[in-house]
Write a protein that binds this ligand. Structure first.
Ligand SMILES: [Zn+2]
Length: 339
């Protein structure tokens, strides 16, 4: 088979690789129905995160079980499954506390931008769709549950979003947009999206944003204060991972408010005294997507949510290099790839 490999900044190749097979008895091999390019894939693609030689890419996936190891009990060949970007056993203490993305046996998925994928810890990692194989029009939305929706959902959950919460979302990438969708599902109002891009503002509104703030930094914070009676938001979702976005999030929260952070931090440093006087709750990290999968799959299958709308570009898998380019140049919010 051929799969996606990053060789260096801007150098994505779709090239011959070994077809994955069962190695451990707890493995499954999937035939990928759809995969996509993540915002976090752009860090190494842009050379902002070093790579150690040619690196297979992709960690968002859904598809059909092709084969399972002899110890796998919860899924079987032919089933349609969605899995997290982090494989987990779903049995250790961290998993039981609800943090499978910090599982004792965690393995970050790689190699999903390919027609076949080996998934370790299949019983703990994969969730099959109830009611059999879903119709193809639901596949993009099911795919989002694998990471980008699960991460947006965690952003809202970790920021303690409840019915009636005032919410601000920092970041208008796919995760931020699905943070808006998640906050809407959880009953928040108003939902303020921070965005400067017209197409993203439009999607944010479709997903439930009631207000758009185009200003950044101190001006952006001032606008959020204005929109929340001068106090700041109950919940702020930080979906970028830069110093500027983190400070914007902390400063936009009210005293006693909640700030979640789900963008992988790049050179973020927080000052202790600032944190002390900010009086906010902080909760973030790699999203425990596996915890939310059953619920998110159900919401998609019941057509309560349509997160697949974040894919404004769909390409055949062998055109993956163009998929990266389009996101890098911000011509696309998120690229879906179909084998
Ligand atoms: Zn675990």
């Amino acid at each position: 088979m051929r799969g996606t490999v990053l060789y260096g900044p801007g150098d994505i190749r779709f090239e011959e690789r070994e077809t994955p097979k069962i190695i451990e008895p707890t493995d499954a091999v999937l035939r990928i129905a759809a995969t996509c390019v993540c915002g976090s894939d752009l860090w190494p693609y842009r050379g902002l995160q070093p790579i150690d030689g040619p690196t297979p890419m992709g960690h968002e996936y859904c598809g059909f079980i092709e084969e399972v190891g002899r110890a796998v009990k919860s899924v079987k060949p032919g089933q349609f499954v969605v899995g997290s970007f982090a494989a987990s056993d779903n049995t250790c203490a961290h998993c039981r506390y609800g943090y499978p993305s910090s599982c004792e046996h965690r393995e970050f998925m790689l190699r999903a931008q390919a027609p076949f994928l080996r998934v370790p810890l299949a019983d703990g990692t994969l969730v099959s769709t109830p009611g059999g194989v879903p119709s193809d029009d639901l596949v993009p939305s099911l795919l989002t549950a694998s990471d980008v929706l699960g991460t947006g959902w965690f952003a809202a959950d970790a920021a303690n979003v409840k019915p009636g919460s005032t919410v601000a979302v920092v970041g208008d990438g796919a995760v931020g947009l699905l943070g808006v969708l998640s906050a809407k599902q959880m009953g928040a109002k108003p939902i303020i999206a921070m965005s400067r891009h017209e197409s993203r503002q439009k999607l944010a509104r479709e997903f439930g944003a009631t207000d758009i703030v185009t200003e950044r930094g101190d001006e952006g914070v001032a606008r959020i204060k204005e929109l929340t009676n001068g106090v700041g938001a109950d919940s702020v979702l930080e979906c970028v991972g830069t110093q500027e976005s983190m400070m914007q999030a902390i400063n936009a929260a009210r005293k006693g408010g909640y700030v979640s952070y789900v963008g992988v931090p790049h050179d973020v440093e927080l000052n202790g005294e600032m944190l002390f006087f900010s009086h906010v709750h902080l909760h973030g990290g790699p999203a425990p997507v596996r915890r939310y999968l059953p619920e998110l799959i159900k919401l998609v299958l019941n057509k309560k949510i349509n997160p697949g709308k974040v894919f404004d570009l769909t390409l055949p898998l062998d055109q993956v290099a163009e998929g990266y380019r389009a996101m890098d140049q911000r011509r696309a919010i998120k690229t879906q790839l179909r084998p």
